[in-house]
Every structure is written in structure tokens, then in C-alpha cells.
Ligand binder design. Structure first.
Ligand code: SMO
Length: 789
């Protein structure tokens, strides 16, 4: 609009920062509620057992007890939670809330509601469970062993189903046959915890008089939660309102309704009152869904000239005891993105979902793309070693070039725009530096560069339909100029600490040509937000809600101008809008100007519009509100290259990341500060998975990692001081505004970058670097086996 109000691209401090830092956050535990009761769960202490008895007599007799619901009570009050993305042949189509067989340690079997949180915990302990133990099936190998105990009825051999994506088998076979080099390796990406700062939590209040259930939840997808709650509790959509207050991180662990969350809501309905549950960290470690959990046998075929002939993988997905609502979704995305940013004559992957007696797995930041990048980039590295080529050179030879775009991969993904070579070369150049002169002889140091694409704008509804996902992919926004000229944005995406409210405000302010502080962004309430099935996940919020907002702001700016032109008795093109940066909407410094010094302030225009005074003029519609739904024509692909420098201590096996350089193309950046924060956070999480994180159980299937004592997250001192992030920008060709995603990008590449750098530092153990995390003990074992230490 006017040149004074360029907001897109400005590093505006995110709106939530100061409020949260000053303690002004309103997280689930902070919400006030009258007469609220407190919930605790009776959880299975065993990994696998028939629940023969659930005796709550003592608990119910206690005066502090308000309600106990055991498996039989829940069976009468709840239906199962529906799934939305199933594997072909998957026998289990929903997740029961009422269970009579425990299939993982920590599984909720019943709920106790009492006057205080402590009383609820006491009374939950007073419930006497009669469990008949069944054999645990803690690993995929156990599950696939001959005569393995069945986990899920109807799942032959504990297989949930399988699916194959990509080139026909004959093409893969032919490529393997004509290859000069075929590298095949086995990979393990262990289960990991999301570890959000704020664990899960629900505050559910039911009013018997009105029949309304209001649920506050630490959720990243309130509309999805409402749909699931309706299905589980048999309520109508107009009876259920879900609100996400401040959410302290989610990373994929708060996408779906969990059985324990459903129980809290069922208890509120049963009591006709308010019930709160705030998850403890220990419960989060055992009861929240986990990420990754993939094993792969994968191969890369390369010609003598170093041309990629085929990528091929057999992926085993540890689904845990139930296929969650998206089931093997992340693993399917691994299969879809295995080819990454490279040309290849053929590419394919098969996914087999496997049930084990562990907590279910699901979405985690990067959603299968981190796994794909690790497998692919390690294979490329190993092939380079066998061919005697530099790994960077081999990558550059095969990267898809800008002139090849748009390019459709063997799995049917169409990359829209980017310069993969420029990004890789830039990362390599940034990482180039002489080794420090003072490295002791027991330290080996090296650098590696790796590359990946990041699916964003997930997803065109037609694509979801093609994948059999029972969801819509579009995102809607409602943009309103209020009667006083201020601006309100409603969207179904939500803020989980990623700063989306600031980015959307910038897009609206720029589109309307107004100062940023006139714009308020309202998110997270199903009563007021446009419907959104997918909300804040899959690097999609900015591309889809932002894209919709670009369109809405353009339309509304035009309407406002036409309205002002009517009042000024001029044609819209003859009218100019001038707003001083610090003006408020009623200031003469914020006005439309016509001919001969005529002007009308922004506020007066809105005010008259609301009164209908413009109706006599050329504008036939003067509602100062726009609702736009945006369903993208195709996915858009962000991409990036990361370089890691590591120092490997040959004595202890410790890997230190001494330098890290990330170059991303996330299209048009709305807010570089937010982009920097997102990429930094993603890298930190990815480094944790590279070096320390693994959710473990013992032989009986009982969780060993139950706190941050046993489960090590990277701390500030583990993040290299030399962390450099740069952006090269190729605007998306499919998203209005040219935006691409960046929420997951930072997390996709660190494990690949670190493992490839360790391989470069200690080539003698390169072939073993296929399992994460690269803990000192694992690296030292490899060093010892290679006779180095
Ligand atoms: S793994 Mo995400 O929250 O799409």
C-alpha cells in the first residue's frame, strides 16, 4: 500500500516475548476456575497385562473423592478416538479410552477426581488393580520374531500394515544392476521424547443446564480436539468449545486428543463441573506419545561417474501399542522424502508399521524428514568414500538445479522453487576454516555438509484425499477492520511459542498499509476461529494462514479504499492513503486523500462504513470483514544445507560440535528474528537427537528414562558458540506472499550433519555411524572395534 508500512521482512520483537518473560503467561495451570476439581490417573505399572480387576472401593469411600471412572465406567461413557491416516490393512482403526488390556506401562486405565491434586494422587494409588501379566513385546525385533506374543488383535505377526511409495521394483532392480557402487546400511533412529517446557494439561468444565462443555487444553490443534471429543463423548459440535491458552511448546506431541485428556472431559461431564489435570514431567515421560522410532535397511546405487541411480529403503516403524491418529504418518513421509534434493533414476521405499508394547509414537518436529535426511545423507557420504569423491562434490553433481524446477520426484512430490546448489555451496563456504593449531593428538576434527528439503504448506486437500487422510488441508482467516479502525485477525492456527501471532500481524498490517500496533491477532478458540483441521503443525501455519491473509488484506484494503473514495466523491484510483508510522486511526495523519485537499481519516471511514453511510455510493458491499479460505494448489518446498564441525575425542568417544552453519531457503521471511529463533531451536533439538537423546525401556518393557536425570537434553553449553544461520530467499511460487515453512527445517539436518562430520573425522568407523544417538559409549565401542583406541 504505502511505502511507510513495510512490515514483512522486519525483525520485529515477537509479541509474546516480553509478556512471557515477565511472567504474564497464561498457561493451563495458571487459568482460574471456580470450584475446580483435580484429576489423577490410575496407570498401568506393567507393559502388557489383562485388567482383571479395578477396585476403587477404598478411594470412593474417602470424603475427598468426587469421582472414580474405571474401565467399565469409561466403556459406558466413551467411544474410541478415531484415526485419520491408516496404513493399508491396518486392523486397529481407533484408540479406545476404556481398556481392559494394558498394552504399555503408563497407559491410563482410570481417572480419579478429588478436591485437591494431592488427594487425587493419593486416591489413584488407593485403587487396587488386579492385573494378569501378559508377555511384553518391547522392541520391533521382539514383535517380528517367530511366535511373538500378539499385541493388537487381528494384526498378524504384529504388523499393522504396509505401504510402498515410489518407483516400481523393476526400476529399482535395474538401477542396482547397472550401478558401479551400491551402498547398503542398516539404520536406527531411536524413540525420543518431545520434552516441551510445558507438559500436557486439560481444564474441562461442563454445565448441565446449557449442555456446554468448555475445554481449555495445552493443544496445538483445538479444532481437531473438538472433533475428537465429539466422537468420544457423543456430544454435538455446538456443545463443545476448545480453547488453547498459552502453550509452552508441543513439537508434534499435542496434535491429537489423548485417552487421558478424554477421561478428564468425560469426568467433567459426569460431574457437571470443572476438572483440571496438569501433567507431571514423570507422566509426560511415560504417557505422552514419542517421536522417531524407525529402523531402516536402505541402499543407494551410484554410477561410475557419481550419478545417483536409485535410493531404496525398507522402513520399520515402531508404532507402539496403538497406531495413533496419524499412525505411521511420519514414516510415510520418510518414504516420500527419501530422495531429498537430488536427481535419481529411481527412488522407492516401503513402510511397515509394527505394534510393540510401548507408548505409541507419532508426530515430532521434522515428521519423518529428519529420518529421511539421516538415512540419505549417510548413504551419500558412504558412497563418496567408496568412489573416492569429495562428499560435497558428489552432492553438487546430483542436486536438482534451479532450471530443473518445478521437478516431480519418484514419489510424486513437486518441488516448486529454490536453488539447492547455492544453499549447499554457501554452507560449505561458511564452514571452511583452518583447524585450530592446538588440537591434542587424541582429538580428530572434521566438517561435513548435508542437504534436505522441507515439506511446507501441508497440504492441498486433494493431496490429503489421495493419501486417504480424513482431513482438510486449507486454512481460513477472518480479517476485520473494527468500527474504530483497529484491525482484528482470527485464524484457526495457534501460537505454541513460535511467534505466529506476530508474523500474522505483520502480514495484515502490510496488506492494509497500517501501523503494526493497530492489529490484534486472536487464535486458539474454536468458538471464534475459522475451522482448521491441521492448525499449527507441519511447517504450515505461516504459509497457509499467512497466504490466506495476504489475499484477505488485499481485498479488504481495496474495499476500504472504495469506501473512502465514495465519501470523497472520487474514483478509488484517485485516492491515496497516507498513514504516519505513529498515528492512531483517528489522527489526521492517518487519512485517505482525494482531490483539492479533501480527506477522511481511517477511523472515520471505518465508522461510517459500519453505519452504512457508504451505501448510496459505488460500494455495493461495505462489510469491513473478509473471510478467506486458502487451499494451496500444491505443496511448497523450503530447503536447506547444514554444515557441522565436530571434534572427536578418541579416548572417551565424546563428540563435541565445535561449529555449526545452517543455510535455509524459507522463501520470503516475514520476521527474520522469528526465523532465526525457529531455526536455532530446531538445531538444538536436532543436536540432542544426534548426540544424547533416547527413550529407553528395560527388558520387561518398563520405561528407564523417566526424568531429565536419565534423559539428557542438550544444554546451552552443548550448542556451539559458532552457530551461524543464513537465508537465501527464493519466493514460493505457490503461496501468496511467497512464504515457505521453517518450523521444522532446523531440526531435520543436525543428526545427518553430525554423523557425517564424525565419519569424516574418523573414517575408520564411518560405516558404523548409522544409529543414533552418537553417545560416547557408542562411539568408543566403534573406535575400539576399529582398533583405534
Ligand atoms: S511434527 Mo508437527 O507438530 O507437524
Amino acid at each position: 500500500m504505502t511505502g511507510e508500512h513495510r512490515h514483512i521482512g522486519r525483525p520485529v520483537p515477537p509479541r509474546h516475548h516480553e509478556r512471557l518473560v515477565r511472567g504474564g503467561g497464561r498457561f493451563l495451570a495458571d487459568l482460574r476456575a471456580a470450584d475446580v476439581l483435580h484429576a489423577a490417573f490410575v496407570r498401568s505399572p506393567l507393559a502388557h497385562a489383562a485388567v482383571a480387576g479395578f477396585d476403587a472401593t477404598a478411594a470412593r469411600r474417602d470424603p475427598r473423592c468426587a469421582l472414580v471412572l474405571g474401565p467399565d465406567d469409561l466403556a459406558g461413557r466413551t467411544a474410541a478416538i478415531p484415526t485419520v491416516w491408516r496404513l493399508p490393512g491396518q486392523p486397529q482403526e481407533s484408540i479406545p479410552v476404556a481398556v481392559h488390556t494394558a498394552r504399555y506401562a503408563g497407559q491410563p486405565l482410570g481417572i480419579v477426581v478429588a478436591r485437591t491434586p494431592t488427594a487425587a494422587l493419593d486416591l489413584a494409588e488407593a485403587v487396587r488393580l488386579d492385573l494378569a501379566p501378559l508377555p511384553p513385546v518391547p522392541t520391533v525385533a521382539d514383535a517380528l520374531a517367530e511366535h511373538a506374543p500378539p499385541v493388537v488383535p487381528g494384526a498378524a505377526g504384529n504388523e499393522a500394515g504396509r505401504i510402498r511409495f515410489g518407483s516400481p521394483a523393476e526400476e529399482i532392480a535395474a538401477a542396482l544392476a547397472r550401478a558401479a557402487v551400491v551402498v547398503e546400511r542398516e539404520f536406527t533412529l531411536p524413540r525420543v521424547h518431545h520434552s516441551p517446557l510445558e507438559p500436557r494439561g486439560v481444564l474441562a468444565a461442563y454445565e448441565a443446564g446449557t449442555g456446554l462443555l468448555t475445554v481449555h487444553a495445552s493443544s496445538q490443534s483445538p479444532h481437531a480436539m473438538r472433533q475428537d471429543l465429539c466422537a468420544v463423548l457423543g456430544l454435538r459440535a455446538d456443545q463443545v468449545r476448545v480453547i488453547a491458552p498459552d502453550v509452552g511448546g508441543s513439537f508434534g506431541s499435542k496434535v491429537f486428543l489423548y485417552p487421558d485428556e478424554a477421561m478428564v472431559c468425560a469426568a467433567a461431564v459426569a460431574l457437571g463441573g470443572a476438572v483440571r489435570w496438569v501433567e507431571s514431567r514423570a507422566e509426560n515421560f511415560t504417557g505422552a506419545y514419542q517421536g522417531r522410532a524407525q529402523q531402516a535397511t536402505a541402499r543407494l546405487a551410484v554410477s561410475g561417474e557419481g550419478r545417483f541411480l536409485a535410493f531404496d529403503a525398507d522402513l520399520l516403524a515402531d508404532l507402539g501399542a496403538y497406531a495413533t491418529q496419524a499412525g505411521a504418518g511420519p514414516h510415510q513421509v520418510t518414504a516420500l522424502t527419501l530422495q531429498g534434493p537430488y536427481h535419481a533414476d529411481a527412488a522407492a521405499a516401503t513402510v511397515r508399521g509394527v505394534y510393540t508394547t510401548r507408548v505409541p509414537t507419532g508426530a515430532y518436529r521434522g515428521y519423518g524428514m529428519q529420518e529421511a535426511a539421516f538415512i540419505r545423507e549417510r548413504l551419500v557420504d558412504e558412497a563418496a568414500r567408496e568412489l573416492g569423491l569429495s562428499p560435497v562434490e558428489l552432492r553438487l553433481r546430483n542436486l536438482i538445479r534451479p532450471q530443473d524446477l518445478p521437478h516431480t520426484t519418484h514419489t510424486g512430490l513437486t518441488y516448486d522453487s529454490g536453488d539447492y546448489g547455492a544453499v549447499l555451496r554457501r554452507a560449505a563456504a561458511l564452514a571452511e576454516r583452518p583447524p585450530p593449531p592446538d588440537d591434542p593428538p587424541w582429538v580428530r576434527r572434521a566438517t561435513a555438509v548435508v542437504a534436505a528439503v522441507e515439506i511446507s504448506a501441508f497440504a492441498p486437500t486433494a493431496l490429503l484425499e489421495a493419501f486417504g487422510i480424513a482431513w482438510s488441508g486449507w486454512e481460513g482467516v477472518r480479517l476485520r477492520i473494527n468500527h474504530d479502525g483497529t484491525v482484528t485477525v482470527h485464524s484457526g492456527v495457534i501460537a505454541v511459542g513460535q511467534g505466529i501471532e506476530t508474523s500474522l500481524a505483520q502480514i495484515a498490517a502490510e496488506g492494509l498499509g497500517v501501523p503494526l500496533d493497530w492489529v490484534r491477532v486472536e487464535l486458539g478458540d474454536t468458538d471464534t476461529a475459522p475451522h482448521s483441521d491441521l492448525s499449527a503443525q507441519a511447517s504450515r501455519a505461516l504459509t497457509l494462514a499467512g497466504g490466506a491473509l495476504v489475499i484477505a488484506a488485499r481485498q479488504l484494503a481495496g474495499r476500504m479504499r472504495a469506501l473512502a473514495a465514495g465519501f470523497l466523491k472520487a474514483e478509488p484510483e484517485q485516492v491515496t492513503l497516507r498513514i504516519a508510522a505513529t498515528a492512531d486511526p483517528s489522527s489526521p495523519e492517518a487519512a485517505f486523500h482525494g482531490a483539492g485537499g479533501a480527506r477522511i481519516t481511517w477511523r472515520e471511514t471505518a465508522h461510517r462504513g459500519y453505519r452504512g453511510w457508504g451505501r448510496a455510493h459505488r460500494t455495493d458491499r461495505i462489510r469491513l470483514e473478509e473471510s478467506v479460505d486458502f487451499d494451496p494448489p500444491q505443496l511448497t518446498f523450503a530447503h536447506g544445507a547444514h554444515a557441522a564441525e565436530v571434534a572427536v575425542d578418541l579416548g572417551t568417544g565424546r563428540v563435541e560440535v565445535t561449529g555449526y552453519w545452517a543455510v535455509h531457503d524459507s522463501g520470503v521471511l516475514v520476521n527474520p528474528l522469528i526465523a532465526h529463533g525457529q531455526i536455532t531451536g530446531g538445531i538444538a533439538q536436532g543436536l540432542g537427537q544426534a548426540l544424547t537423546e533416547e527413550a529407553r525401556v528395560d527388558g520387561a518393557g518398563l520405561p528407564v528414562t523417566r526424568s531429565f536425570r536419565e534423559y539428557t537434553l542438550p544444554a546451552a553449553q552443548d550448542i556451539p558458540e559458532d552457530l551461524v544461520i543464513e537465508h537465501l530467499c527464493t519466493p514460493s511460487t505457490v503461496i501468496p506472499g511467497g512464504f515457505k515453512g521453517l518450523g521444522e527445517g532446523g531440526a531435520i539436518l543436525p543428526p545427518a550433519a553430525v554423523a557425517c562430520a564424525v565419519a569424516a573425522a574418523v573414517p575408520e568407523i564411518a560405516h558404523t555411524l548409522t544409529s543414533l544417538p552418537l553417545t560416547p559409549s557408542r562411539v568408543r565401542a566403534a573406535l575400539r572395534a576399529a582398533g583405534i583406541t
